[in-house]
Design a protein around this ligand. Structure first.
Ligand code: RNT
Ligand code: ZN
Length: 421
């Protein structure tokens, strides 16, 4: 770890004074940020490949492009890569694991056969790192998902297969949550949909609701497992219709008091999720976010510090809504160093949260008093406040590289480890 830099300390002191002038306590903002975990998605590390080794390609209307060398081929490699990324990200975070990343010891264990024992290696790793974990059934990249339908399939045998997979996934989620002493969010996303205009939009939705009811039939302690459902507007090959749309899952989540998962890339290309958070949280107990970035037809670009991300972070902080929100990441890029992708996306999510935590109360006060002129003026002024100096100090206080120093670490790891794969 680099020595604390004198210029970072100096910049922090003047930033602290500048924020104090605006009534903002920078130390308190940093302390608050340490308490917000981000769930890192395992699937950025190997292009959503998983470890079943069945030769089945990625399906489900999601795609990873690029062939950057050095992708993780085994659970040990993926854990080593995660260790490296986590060493560059300030704070304590979580791991978000997909079911097909189980450790099956070279045996074929089909999705309706998975058990908690297949995830022992991950649980041990998370425990050793003091991390919580989240979980997902994998309802894609499988012969029984080849025609694009799973839980809403017209054939009962196929639906039953995926119902069993999801039931087992919840049980595994609960076992993980129990082992780690922190509730696992088990999130169901299915790709089901049609490339072209359906003749019947209702029947698949009725089947999906019925399948979900079966999946959730057994109550599990919320101390161990929390159920989430993820909506989507369209995917590659499901451009005209997705069974699990926003309206479908919002209704289902409200009716059944499940967590709704809002993925930032799952709406119309110009539609953000920030304004949905306060509405949805009026009616569901908690939400899950998939922080992502849609670009044209791809919903999963690496998260950058853009207005969409900042709006999400600001919404989470302004009314403490982050306390009822599980923040997960969901992007995959194989055209750049995968560890850098994790690091960039996670650090940006944290930077957006820090900027939100540093927002002066004067902004809301001016709104309350009806002074909308000051509200707009202040909103624009705060964009220029020296949050970067606070971020650098925060990184140093958490013993991770500040500025772009993390990049040198990634390059070193690439030369020493990735280039030998
Ligand atoms: C797909 C969904 C889903 C997946 C992961 C791999 O559009 O966003 O969350 O990205 O389950
Ligand atoms: Zn997602």
């Amino acid at each position: 770890m680099a020595k604390p830099s004198k210029s970072i300390a100096q910049s922090y002191q003047s930033a602290k004074a500048r924020y104090a002038d605006m009534g903002v306590d920078t130390d308190a903002a940093m302390a608050a940020l340490t308490k917000i975990p981000i769930s890192l998605h395992c699937w950025q590390g190997d292009d959503v490949g998983g470890f079943e080794n069945t030769g089945e390609g990625l399906s489900g209307g999601i795609a990873v492009t690029g062939n950057y060398p050095g992708k993780a081929r085994t659970p040990d490699e993926l854990r080593a890569d995660l260790d490296q990324a986590l060493a560059l990200i300030p704070g304590k975070h979580r791991l978000n694991l997909h079911a097909f990343y189980g450790e099956f010891g070279g045996k074929k264990v089909d999705r309706d056969q998975i058990e908690a024992k297949h995830f022992k290696g991950w649980i041990d790793w998370a425990k050793a790192n003091g991390m919580g974990m989240d979980f997902n059934p994998t309802c894609f990249s499988h012969p029984k998902a080849d025609d694009g339908f799973t839980l809403s399939h017209s054939k009962k045998a196929i639906r039953d297969f995926w119902i069993e997979h999801c039931i087992r996934s919840r049980e595994i989620g609960a076992a993980i949550g129990k082992a780690l002493g922190s509730a696992t969010v088990t999130n169901i996303w299915i790709p089901d949909g049609y490339k072209d205009t359906p003749a019947d939009r209702l029947a698949p939705r009725q089947r999906l609701a019925d399948s979900l009811d079966k999946v959730f039939a057994k109550p599990l302690s919320p101390k161990h497992n929390l159920d989430a459902v993820e909506c989507k507007l369209f995917g590659i090959g499901s451009e005209s219709y997705v069974v699990g749309s926003h309206e479908f899952y919002m209704g289902y989540a409200i009716k059944n008091q499940k967590l709704l998962c809002l993925d930032a890339g799952h709406f119309h290309p110009t539609e953000g999720i920030a304004d949905k958070i306060s509405s949805v949280l009026m009616y569901v107990p908690e939400i899950l976010l998939h922080v992502s970035r849609g670009v044209r037809w791809d919903s999963d670009h690496v998260v950058i510090l853009d207005d969409a991300l900042q709006s999400i972070a600001t919404e989470l902080v302004r009314n403490n809504l982050y306390k009822r929100t599980h923040i997960g990441l969901d992007f995959f890029d194989a055209s750049i160093n995968r560890i850098a992708a994790w690091t960039i996306g996670t650090r940006n999510t944290l930077r957006a949260l820090l900027i939100a935590l540093l927002e002066p109360a004067a902004l809301r006060d001016s709104e309350k008093s009806g002074d909308l002129t000051s509200r707009l003026a202040l909103m624009e002024e705060v964009k220029g406040l020296p949050w970067g100096a606070v971020w650098d100090a925060y990184c140093e206080s958490q013993n991770v590289p500040a500025g772009t120093d993390w990049l040198a670490e990634v390059k070193k790891y690439e030369a020493a480890v990735l280039s030998n794969r």
